[in-house]
Write a protein that binds this ligand. Sequence first.
Ligand SMILES: [Zn+2]
Length: 271
Amino acid sequence: MLTMLFVCVLLFFLGAAIGSFLNVVVYRTLSGESWKVGRSHCEHCNHTITWYENIPLLSFVMLGGRCSVCKKPIDITHPVVEVLMGSLFVWWYLVGSLFFQLSQNPFQVVQPLFWLCVGVVLCLIVVIDMQHYIIPDVLSALLLVLALCYRTALTAAGIMQPTDYIQLALAALVGSGFLFILWHATRGKGIGFGDVKLMVPLALLVGWPQVVALLFVAFVSGAVVGVLLMVCGKKTMKYAVPFGPFLIAGAVFSLLWGDTLLGWYLSQLGM
Ligand SMILES: [Zn+2]
């Protein structure tokens, strides 16, 4: 029990550290800075961040969320991505690795690791889309490569048949096509084209008919949050809410409970 707790704490900080590093890489890439050279610095006063100010989460709490020199607030994205990634690692250790250990060797180890990588990329997309209102092509492309590797591996192991690719193509076409029509109809004000592109790897990961559950959950949760934000006066109709996080929430939901949701829905229809 104590060992388990220790591993959880360790994994949380490992995840948080990876999240912190990737966040800096993304931040520097987006702002056009070189990320190969130079240490992290405060974005307000350029104060170089020392190692003890750079401990994931702990430093943020100890510094009270402010730069030690200029006292201006530190970007909330840093602790958010650290908590998100730390939680992902702990969840994966406690539940996820078992959850994904359904298939036989040699996938018993590879498959849980694969989903952990997918989880990391998804976390990054959520944070970036929420903060910058964009979904970097490089992350969607990375996700696409991961999805194709996954499907190829399943085919090689005989778990998936070549004919199943027709269903996969259908999933990608329906998901992406639906978002494309929406993007076109709202002239890009409702959702972004990045969402249309992100939908392709997500559909390949969840498959058909789970992609329907994905869209359902994404739109319902997006609508609920959108209305809540409007009621709270945080957003008006003019400003779009980034849709990527909802698509990802839908994808996670349909991976975990998609079959249950579809089964319930079909039973309601009397099918
Ligand atoms: Zn500063």
